[in-house]
Every structure is written in structure tokens, then in C-alpha cells.
Design a protein around this ligand. Structure first.
Ligand code: NAD
Length: 253
């Protein structure tokens, strides 16, 4: 049987680590040719190696999603290499500076907004014209459950992630008649370097998950990747403008 994404091309940003890497590997497993975009060349190269070892086809493109010239070059190079973009997962992101609202520095506000929000808009700005020309495509923006809740010490991050959902809805409505579906995935507590790293290395995230997640645990990045692939697949042919929580039930409480 032919694989779900055979003869398709998937572009994944922030694919050098965590959720993005899991999405890139899942697309490759299902037969897509994958462009792995990231600012981190080492992580990106590792993802490509992992895909090649599994018999897949992938290329790394060093890209800072907050820089329009680099995003434009990423899309142009993808077309040069593979000829089209069927699926795009705009996943690259950084976490908040982890301080209360009044203590957030302007430079941290700008950094998070530029990567987590403007980056997704810039990616869509350059991906959508390619998909319009092809008469189809599917985009998934990675938001967060932080979009829906007042989460202490996440002011710039939760503002960017909430805006990501309306960015998603707007594009979904604008391009629905051109065969382009645009959805968001809102992960909860996922085991990645972003949630285990930084100043919080000593923090026991698994214990917290036991207390606040109805399912009582964090998720593997692969569990988020499966939701992204479903939204990009023909099985989700009537789904657009949605913000799908993948959170073990946190938002349901
Ligand atoms: P991660 O830190 O493991 O991976 C993020 C990747 O994005 C890294 O490879 C990093 O180099 C890349 N990146 C950062 N800035 C970039 C830029 N300017 N241009 C291109 N690439 C850049 O984090 P993750 O947990 O896998 O996060 C992936 C996405 O999921 C993010 O948007 C994050 O906000 C979101 N998310 C994560 C969680 C979680 O619990 N881990 C929860 C909700 C949402």
C-alpha cells in the first residue's frame, strides 16, 4: 500500500529538536520528502541523519524564522529542491523569559514575539502563494495550551501563542476556497528540551504533570506529531481553522 504522504513535500520549522524533529521524522516515515528548517545547524543535521537512517529523504535549511529574507530563501530553496510544498508545520519557537508581566524586558518581549508569532506569519506569507499556485496544501501552526489560560510567568509567550490561533483562523478563512487548510495544534506538557531546559533543570515536570494533567503524565513529542500529520492528511479534508489541544485533558478541566 502506498504511504499516506508519498510524493508529497513537507516543510517543518524548528525541526532540529523536540516536537519539530518528531513531526519531520513522522512525515518521512509516511513517505514525504522533508525540509528540516532550524537556526540550529547541529540539531537540523541530526534530524536529517535520523530520517536518512530510516530510509527517508530530507534536507536541512538553516533558517531564522524571524527574518523575512531567510524565510523567503527557505521557501525558494524548497521549491528548487523538491518542486512544491504540500504540508507546512510552522513549529519553531522559544519559551518565555519566565518572569511576571511587570518584570518582562522589552528585548525578551520582542524576541519571543518575533520568533513565536511573526515567524509563523512570515512562514505563511511565503508558503501560501506556493500552495495557491498548486491549488492546495495544508498548514499547521504550533500554538500552545498557554493560548487559552492566564499562565504566570508566560506573558510574552502566552500572548504570542494566543495570537497564533487567530493568525491561523484568519488564513484558514481567507484561503479556504483555494484548497488550503490551516489549523493549529496546541500542545500541553510535552517532553522536549524546551520544557526540561533552561533554569528549570531541577524542576520535576513529571510530578507536576501527575498533579495537573487529567491523564496524569506528559506526552512524547511523537504524540503531538501524530496530530499534525492527521491535520495535514486527507482524513482531515473538512477541518480548517481549528485549534486542536493535544494536552492529556488539561483544557477540558
Ligand atoms: P525545542 O526547544 O525542543 O525546539 C524548538 C526548535 O526551534 C529548536 O530546534 C530551536 O533551535 C528552533 N528555533 C528557535 N528559534 C528559531 C528561529 N528563530 N528560527 C528557526 N528555528 C528556531 O522546543 P519544543 O518543545 O519542541 O517546541 C516546539 C514548539 O512547540 C514551539 O513552538 C513551542 O512553543 C511549542 N510548544 C511546546 C510545548 C512543550 O511542552 N514542549 C508545549 C506547548 C507548545
Amino acid at each position: 500500500m502506498e504511504k499516506e504522504f508519498a510524493n508529497k513535500v513537507a516543510l517543518v520549522t524548528g525541526a532540529g529538536s523536540g516536537i519539530g524533529r518528531a513531526v519531520a521524522i513522522a512525515f518521512a516515515r509516511e513517505g514525504a520528502k522533508v525540509v528540516v528548517a532550524d537556526v540550529n545547524a547541529e540539531g537540523g543535521a541530526m534530524t536529517v541523519r535520523m530520517i536518512m537512517q530510516g530510509g527517508g529523504d530530507a534536507t536541512f535549511l538553516k533558517t531564522d524564522v524571524s527574518n523575512e529574507a531567510e524565510v523567503q530563501a527557505m521557501v525558494e530553496k524548497t521549491i528548487e529542491l523538491y518542486g512544491r510544498i504540500d504540508c507546512a508545520c510552522n513549529n519553531a519557537g522559544v519559551k518565555s523569559s519566565e518572569v511576571f508581566t511587570a518584570d518582562c524586558k522589552e528585548e525578551d518581549w520582542d524576541r519571543v514575539m518575533n520568533i513565536d508569532l511573526k515567524g509563523q506569519w512570515l512562514c505563511m506569507k511565503h508558503e501560501i502563494p506556493v500552495m495557491v499556485k498548486q491549488h492546495g496544501g495544508a498548514i499547521v501552526n504550533i500554538s500552545s495550551i498557554a493560548a487559552f489560560k492566564g499562565t504566570p510567568k508566560m506573558v510574552e509567550y502566552s500572548a504570542a501563542k494566543a495570537a497564533s490561533i487567530n493568525l491561523t483562523r484568519t488564513a484558514a478563512v481567507e484561503y479556504a476556497r483555494q484548497g488550503i487548510r490551516v489549523n493549529a495544534v496546541c500542545p500541553g506538557m510535552i517532553i522536549t528540551p524546551m520544557s526540561d531546559g533552561g533554569d528549570n533543570k531541577a524542576f520535576d515536570f513529571e510530578k507536576l504533570a501527575g498533579e495537573i494533567v487529567p491523564m496524569g503524565r506528559r506526552a512524547k513529542p511523537e504524540e503531538v506529531a501524530e496530530a499534525v500529520l492527521w491535520l495535514c492528511s486527507d482524513a482531515a479534508s473538512y477541518v480548517t481553522g481549528a485549534a486542536l489541544p493535544v494536552d492529556g485533558g488539561i483544557l477540558a478541566e
